[in-house]
Structures are given as structure tokens and as C-alpha cells.
Design a protein around this ligand. Structure first.
Ligand code: SF4
Length: 395
């Protein structure tokens, strides 16, 4: 038996953001308790299937987990602990919409052992937030930051948090913010004003994404028909690079393509994906991967509740090798050579010609055990991966 990371999918949102192509359904009222019960049933089933001894990290993502009531949060987390213990000092992350943050929600999360909030602010300005149909505007974002500062970062529970509690997994309360660079309605000045507010809001982690225009989303259609105009891509690319540098000057070190953290505050849960360690996903539309098996649950809530519609894929050794490299190269730490050799019982030589070329261009570096792109190389990650993929296909 081994410990494993757990992802809990809550695929419900009060309204849909115009750029979003994640799987979530609109839910105007409370989430049904039947969904919570089924999550616990699935946790039990997967724990047995994958021989799990404990939950290493837990991540409640969505959708919008902050739509759960305090009673549902309690039932869900205590139920997960009853299935398998949560490892001592495990990172337990909960995604929140700023509009849902209340003193009661923060208390419910803290009391049940959640120690990391991930809050999708996305922008600090009303116009971009309104154009992409975010539920929270500037006032709601500011109110969320104030409540988090007062009742999460400075809470009495947080003062006690370094003391391990017998049945829980408390570490210091942490706080991560998501921002999107290049939203319509954002200007250079408004974007950097917002970044400055985020840097000083008490967060220890920032995910800085570039807007991607996904086909068949309302934003894609609005841009396509000329109803909405995006800032120029060359301009927003330069904003992103400047924002990266500002974050770093302020102690947020880049450790992955889009992720920045103060010392010791990297997302441990997401690191399990980037290191291709096993994880279990539960909930409609969730995915899990362990060794060569990957399963994906049905995106139909009804089918998932009935226990049907699961798909399984057996990952060939070549797919596993490519994914190991693809995920490893997303991080500044890079791909671990000895881990590759241990897992696949072969040398990593297959990518040597591509990697050497990128080293010569000053975009990659090799240390004893690691192959990694540097910060400038990471800006061209997709080109690098394409070259690696071409090599795998030629082999
Ligand atoms: S809240 Fe998140 S998951 Fe829901 S529609 Fe918006 S971006 Fe998508």
C-alpha cells in the first residue's frame, strides 16, 4: 500500500465565465448531497483499486468547490478521512470564487483541515471581469482579500497551525491567487496596477496564465464576430514577461511555466502531476493515473452518479516516457534523469540531439541529475516539446 494524491472535482458553477472550456455545469441552487455521497463511494472504490494507504495531498477543484455548504465540506472531508487517513502535514487545497468567500466559509475550511486557498481573482478591474462574465468584480475581489487577510492568514487557527493535530493535517494557512494576462478590457496600466495589488495581498503563490481563446466558448465567438476586441498578443506577451520579472523581484520565484511561489510555498499537489506521480481523481469528469492505467470518469453527472461511462486507457511505455518529459520540462527544476532511468530501465539519450541544440542556444541547462529549460527556454516550451515529440516518432 502507498500514499497517493487525491483530486476532488466539484463541477458546478453559478454562472459560466466566457473564456472557460473546463467541464462544469451551471447550478443555481445548492449542490445535491447525493453528489457528496457518491464522491465518498468513489474514494473508497479507488483506494481499494489502487491500494492506497493515505492521502498525501488533497485538492478540491472545479468548477467551484466554494459552492459547497459548511455541512457538506465537513461531511466530505471527514468522509475522505474515514476512507483513508490524510497524511500528517498534508497540503489540502480548496479552490474558491472570491464572491463566495465569507467568514463562515473560511472557518469551515480551517476547522476541517484545509490549509491552502486557491482564489481565482483573474483581474482586479471591473471592465475585464464584466466582459468575461466573472461573478466577482473588483469590489468582491477586494472584499475577499480583506476577509482572507483577517480570518485566514491572521486567524487564531493559523497561529496554532504548526502544531500537528492528532487526526488532522494542519500546516500554516496558505493562499494562492490566479491571474489572467490579456483579458479583453485590460490595459497595460490596469494590468500592472492589479498585479501590484496581488503582490501585496498576502498571497504566497501566484498562477499567472496567458488568456487562451478556446474554440466554442462565448468569448471565442464574441471575438470571432468582432463584438469583443482583445489586446494585441505581442503586447500581452510582453506584459506577461514583465509581470514574471516583477513577481520574481518581489520574492515569487517561478518554478513552473505559469506558477510562482514564495520560498517553500510551491503547490505540492500540482508537483505530483509534473513529476508524473500517481494520483486519484474523483467526481464527474475527473481523471486519475497510476502506472500505465489512466481512467476518466463520465462528464455526465447522471451517468457518473449511476457508476457508468468510465473510460480507461493503457499508457504505452512511449506515451509514459513522453509524458514524463513533457511534464518534467514544464518545471524549472526539469526532468530527473535518474528517475527516468529507474522507471523505464533505459537511458534518456533519445532526446540528446534536441536537448544539446537547446543548450547551445542558451535556452536549456544540464546538471548532474536534471535536464531543464531555463526561464527564456520555458517561453518556447511548445516548440521544444514538438521537437522532442518528432524525435520520439522517428525512433
Ligand atoms: S468559475 Fe472556473 S470552472 Fe466555473 S465557469 Fe468560471 S472559469 Fe470555468
Amino acid at each position: 500500500m502507498k500514499p497517493c494524491s487525491l483530486y476532488v472535482h466539484i463541477p458546478f458553477c453559478k454562472s459560466k465565465c466566457a473564456y472557460c472550456d473546463f467541464f462544469s455545469v451551471v447550478c443555481k441552487n445548492n449542490i445535491d448531497d447525493a453528489y457528496i455521497q457518491k464522491l465518498l463511494d468513489e474514494a473508497e472504490k479507488r483506494a481499494v483499486q489502487f491500494d492506497v494507504s493515505a492521502w498525501n495531498t488533497v485538492y478540491f477543484g472545479g468548477g467551484t468547490p466554494s459552492l459547497l455548504t459548511a455541512a457538506q465540506i465537513k461531511a466530505l472531508i471527514s468522509g475522505l478521512k474515514a476512507v483513508r487517513p490524510i497524511a500528517e502535514n498534508a497540503e489540502i487545497t480548496f479552490e474558491c470564487n472570491p464572491d463566495d468567500i465569507t467568514i463562515e466559509l473560511l472557518h469551515a475550511l480551517s476547522e476541517n483541515g484545509v490549509n491552502r486557498l486557491s482564489v481565482g481573482l483573474q483581474s482586479m478591474q471591473n471592465e475585464p471581469l464584466a466582459i468575461v462574465n466573472r461573478r466577482a468584480g473588483r469590489a468582491e475581489n477586494l472584499r475577499a482579500i480583506e476577509l482572507i487577510s483577517k480570518y485566514w492568514l491572521d486567524s487564531p487557527e493559523n497561529d496554532r497551525a504548526d502544531v500537528s493535530l492528532a487526526d488532522s493535517a494542519h500546516t500554516k494557512h496558505r493562499f494562492s491567487v490566479d491571474l489572467i494576462c490579456g483579458l479583453p478590457g485590460e490595459t497595460c496600466e490596469s494590468f500592472f496596477d492589479g498585479l501590484d495589488e496581488v503582490i501585496h495581498c498576502g498571497a504566497d503563490h501566484v498562477s499567472l496564465y496567458s488568456l487562451t481563446l478556446e474554440e466554442d466558448t462565448p468569448l471565442y465567438n464574441a471575438v470571432d464576430s468582432g463584438r469583443v476586441e482583445l489586446p494585441e498578443i505581442e503586447e500581452t506577451d510582453s506584459w506577461w514577461i514583465k509581470a514574471r520579472d516583477i513577481l520574481e523581484e518581489n520574492g515569487f520565484e517561478q518554478y513552473e511555466v505559469s506558477n510562482f511561489a514564495k520560498k517553500g510555498c510551491q503547490s505540492r499537489h500540482n508537483m505530483t502531476y509534473w513529476k508524473m506521480q500517481p494520483y486519484i481523481g474523483i467526481g464527474a469528469g475527473a481523471t486519475g493515473t497510476a502506472g500505465s492505467l489512466r481512467y476518466t470518469n463520465s462528464r455526465s453527472i447522471k451517468d457518473w452518479l449511476n457508476g457508468s461511462g468510465e473510460e480507461q486507457e493503457v499508457l504505452t511505455p512511449d506515451i509514459q516516457k513522453f509524458e514524463f518529459l513533457m511534464m518534467g520540462f514544464r518545471t524549472l527544476e526539469g526532468a530527473d534523469i535518474s528517475e527516468f532511468e529507474r522507471r523505464f530501465n533505459e537511458k534518456i539519450d533519445v532526446i540528446e540531439p534536441v536537448f544539446s541544440k537547446w543548450c547551445k542556444k542558451g535556452l536549456a541547462k544540464r546538471t548532474k541529475n536534471l535536464l531543464a529549460l531555463n526561464k527564456e527556454g520555458l517561453l518556447l516550451l511548445n516548440c521544444f516539446l514538438k521537437e522532442i515529440m518528432d524525435f520520439f516518432e522517428k525512433e
